[in-house]
Design a protein around this ligand. Structure first.
Ligand SMILES: Cc1ncc(COP(=O)(O)O)c(C=O)c1O
Length: 410
């Protein structure tokens, strides 16, 4: 199949909106992605025909609902090539998945003075839970620094990992677009006796993911960034690690017994899924995974490499020294998320001017304030492309930036 973003775009009803007579150019998929009709249909059809409690009631409808819900779990397992379906935990989002690991694994395995290694390009979701353990347990954090072109500087990794208990890192930066060498990092962590926790929030929607080939120990990601609904995320973890961890939240579904003097936990995955789960959302995520798999994650990655290369060359040739594109210029080591500084125009002004042409980009610190400090900025503007974006969208961005130049340039 030849990849055709214009045809793919037709699958996404919202992207065909026209606002004030102009088409919508959605360049904020690193924030959250739009949803194809098949996802919308799968969720409404499920609610119209099958919705019922999961894993609780004995009647036929509940058993159909449970089968559909558990089918989504198996689809996630296959999508990330995990060994076992019971290792897939449904959470609210990637943030909750990372908090689950830090809290539950952390409290069981870390004590005062123990070291966890993070990188300078982490999202707050992979920083703040560890800061909380600094306060609660007295652990220490070490940081992998960056090179000048926004990749991880691995020259001191052996020293940083020396004596560490965990290396927790993003597979792709939500600011710089940098794709990190995940397998190499997992191997290095294991070589030092540490576990490897991968934040796959930006990587999983855009690339083939294989936790088995990586040799990772945990992977966190969100459905809403991969064409699925918000309200559901995933934590995958090795069975042996998950089995040895205490539960994160307590309540219904996660117990095998509750007495006046205590409780015992259910088996995986229920142990980490307290309360009523995001049922319809799981069905939506399943439809999204099917949709992406039918197109092919390799085709999506190839398209995003092309569009990123085109965006980098178009913006550079059009604006030269007036634009600074953050992150690597080599598309082999980066995804389609492009943060930039445009002249001295504030990123929020850039975003507002682009909005006048219905171009949606994010402006802000992107929940990566330590990285912003390293970049010497309070904020950046960020255009992020996905399978439904075409070269025309890049041209629209480049054209509309000229308006920011006219209006705000100092
Ligand atoms: C790299 C990275 N990690 C974690 C998150 C948190 O994702 P969520 O808000 O879906 O929990 C994001 C969201 O932007 C992200 O980009």
């Amino acid at each position: 199949m030849t990849f055709n973003a214009a045809i793919i775009k037709k699958d996404f009803p919202l992207l065909n909106r026209v606002i004030n007579g102009k088409p919508l150019v959605y360049l904020d998929s690193a924030n959250t992605s739009q949803k194809p009709q098949v996802v919308i249909d799968a969720m409404s059809s499920f609610m119209e025909t099958t919705y019922a409690p999961t894993n609780r009631s004995a009647y036929q409808l509940a058993s159909e609902s449970t089968d559909a819900f558990e089918g989504a779990r198996e689809a996630v397992r296959a999508f990330i090539n995990a060994p076992r379906t019971n290792e897939v935990i449904f959470t609210k989002n990637a943030t909750e998945a990372l908090n689950l690991v830090a809290h539950s694994w952390g409290h069981a395995n870390l004590k005062s003075g123990d070291v966890v290694v993070l990188t300078h390009m982490e999202h707050h979701a992979n920083i703040v839970p560890w800061h909380m353990l600094v306060a609660e347990l007295g652990i220490q954090l070490r940081w992998v620094p960056l090179t000048g072109d926004g990749q991880l500087d691995l020259s001191t990794l052996p020293q940083l990992l020396n004596g560490a208990k965990a290396l927790s890192f993003t597979a792709m930066s939500n600011v710089l677009g940098t794709i990190t060498p995940v397998k190499q990092l997992c191997d290095a962590a294991h070589g030092a006796g540490a576990i490897a926790i991968v934040d796959g929030c930006q990587y999983v929607p855009h690339n083939i993911t294989d936790v088995t080939a990586w040799g990772a120990d945990f992977l966190a990601f969100s459905s809403h960034k991969l064409c699925g609904p918000s309200g559901i995320g995933v934590l995958w973890g090795r069975e042996t690690l998950l089995d040895a961890m205490p539960p994160f939240l307590g309540g219904g579904n996660m117990i095998s017994d509750v007495r006046l003097d205590g409780f015992s936990c259910a088996e995986l995955p229920a142990k980490f899924e307290a309360g009523t789960p995001p049922i319809t959302e799981a069905i939506g995520m399943h439809a999204a995974l099917r949709y992406l798999s039918d197109i092919g994650m390799d085709n999506i990655r190839a398209h995003e490499k092309e569009i990123t290369a085109y965006a980098i060359s178009t913006l550079n040739s059009r604006y030269g020294d007036d634009i600074t594109l953050h992150g690597p210029s080599d598309v082999e080591v980066r995804g389609a998320t492009l943060s930039f500084k445009f002249k001295n125009v504030h990123p929020h002004d850039v975003s507002q001017v682009l909005d006048q042409s219905n171009i949606c980009v994010r402006a802000g610190h992107h929940c990566a304030k330590p990285l912003m400090k390293i970049l010497g900025a309070n904020a950046t503007a960020r255009a992020s492309f996905y399978l439904y974006n075409s070269f025309e969208d890049v041209d629209a961005l480049a054209d509309a930036l000229a308006n920011a130049d006219d209006l705000f340039s100092l």
